[in-house]
Design a protein around this ligand. Structure first.
Ligand code: ADP
Ligand code: MG
Length: 164
């Protein structure tokens, strides 16, 4: 069930990094962040900030050739998927995707449009658009009560940060 929607603009990379940090704080074990948007929209940038917010020191690479990278040194384990090279959900299942889902931790997945039918029903979708030097638009849609709470807490945090 879709419970909450929120949209905001990002004027530059720093804005997107700030959003990632605010999103990291309320993340929970089992959270699924589904990123949609074209090349250069800012998906890896947002993921990098989420990782930093979780206290993962080793940084985030664009995992284009590896499909999944595991980061287990932070507050919660982070499994960073990139479905760019996948053309079906079956190919995603071949990576052991279901095992990551039951393991807990946080999954952030780029290029979710390639594997739509494999996404868990409860998730936070982030649709990013814009590229180059253009302003980015980020549309958040939460499915399920836990992810709706995550989105609400993110919105609160963004508001607090603006007043700091
Ligand atoms: P994706 O993973 O979606 O392909 P990346 O995060 O790897 O995109 O790259 C986004 C690029 O766009 C980076 O070079 C970044 O510096 C630049 N950029 C410019 N404006 C923004 C913005 N508002 N948010 C995120 N990235 C931005
Ligand atoms: Mg990327």
């Amino acid at each position: 069930m879709l419970t909450e929607i929120f949209e905001m603009q990002s004027l530059n990379e720093e804005d997107t990094l700030r959003m990632g940090k605010c999103l990291a704080a309320p993340l929970f074990s089992g959270a699924f962040v589904a990123l949609f948007g074209d090349l250069g929209a800012g998906k890896t940038t947002l993921t990098r900030a989420i990782a930093a917010g979780l206290g993962i020191p080793d940084g985030i690479l664009s995992p284009t050739f590896t499909i999944v990278r595991e980061h287990e040194s932070g507050k919660l384990p982070l499994y960073h998927f990139d479905a760019y090279r996948l053309s079906s959900s079956n190919e995603l299942y071949d990576t052991g995707f279901q095992d990551y889902i039951v393991k807990g931790g946080v999954i952030v997945m780029e290029w979710c449009e390639n594997v739509c039918d494999a996404l868990p029903k409860d998730r936070l979708e982030v649709h990013l658009s814009g590229s180059g030097n253009a302003v980015r638009s980020l549309r958040f849609a939460a499915y399920g009560t836990q992810h709706a709470a995550l989105l609400s807490q993110f919105i609160t945090k963004m508001g607090e940060m603006q007043h700091e």
